[in-house]
Design a binder for this molecule. Structure first.
Ligand code: HPA
Length: 265
């Protein structure tokens, strides 16, 4: 485990003491308002983040801060309900904790979900989008060699997710996720600029986990749920309750998609 921060082995040891298995097939990150997926986990075991060494409670509304293990589609999984955002003050390495957990538990895939604002004017609220590339406007790494190669994006993973969605009759978009710093939503001028840069959606998470999964060679699939149109096209002032309401209204389709990805990817 020498590619991982030292504290990961203590986390793993603690979780095994709580009944987690030594190995799981998938690690899943449930984004804003998508935490209900955890109710579909069979034989669930739940540990609140605040009881786990080196975790701490997440502070964002809609993020419960609970770690689950159990089975979905007869596959063993660990699910993070609630994540660590850079804007809450967490270091880069902490925001990527789910990717390190996936490696520590020998998972063969990481499935990431998030809520995002649509920049692409052809998208609609409620759309699901598989991420096939990212734009980082800032990138903070606490330590590491001076220069790192940019991770290889598995375009075939995005294509497989599209096929899995088609099999269950779900239309999904495919596109570029722009990682914004937050915690404020973006200004209208920023969104116009991001559109020119080529972004389809904007959000405040996911990229650290994707980069670390790539470095650790764990196949990762990331799905955005469009919970609102971004600032320059949204008619109302953005707030987190709109994000949660939309996520709530699409939670069944989201759950079907994640279940099939766990089964088939
Ligand atoms: N911007 C940034 N993050 C988000 C948004 C948004 O419009 N919606 C959900 N997360």
């Amino acid at each position: 485990m020498n590619q991982l921060p030292g504290y990961i082995s203590q986390i793993k040891e603690y979780l095994i003491g709580q009944g987690f298995p030594e190995q799981v097939e998938s690690v899943v990150i449930l984004g804003s308002g998508l935490g209900d997926f955890s109710t579909l986990i069979e034989q669930p075991l739940m540990v609140p983040y605040h009881e786990i060494p080196h975790f701490s409670e997440t502070s964002v509304q809609g993020h419960s801060g609970e770690l689950f293990c159990g089975t979905v589609a007869n596959r063993t999984i660990i699910a993070f309900s609630g994540r660590f955002h850079h804007y809450e003050g967490y270091e880069y390495s902490r925001t990527a904790l789910p990717a390190y957990t996936a490696k520590a538990f020998n998972a063969n895939k990481l499935i990431i979900s998030n809520a995002a604002g649509a920049i692409n004017t052809r998208f609609n609220v409620g759309d699901l989008m598989v991420i096939d590339d990212v734009i980082r406007l800032f990138h903070k790494v606490s330590s590491g060699p001076a220069v790192l190669p940019f991770p290889y994006f598995h375009t075939e993973t995005a294509e497989k997710v599209r096929k899995i969605a088609a099999i269950i009759g779900l239309d999904i978009q495919r596109g570029t996720y722009l990682y914004a710093k937050g915690p404020n939503y973006e200004s209208k001028a920023e969104i116009r600029a991001f559109r020119i840069l080529g972004a389809d959606v904007v959000g405040m998470s996911t990229v650290p986990e994707l980069i670390e999964a790539s470095r650790l060679q764990i196949p990762a699939a990331a799905i955005s749920m469009v919970t609102n149109m971004a600032a320059d096209i949204s008619k109302s002032k953005l707030d987190h309750s709109e994000v949660k309401e939309t996520a709530e209204s699409r939670k069944e389709d989201f759950a079907r998609l994640v279940t099939e990805i766990i089964r088939k990817l």
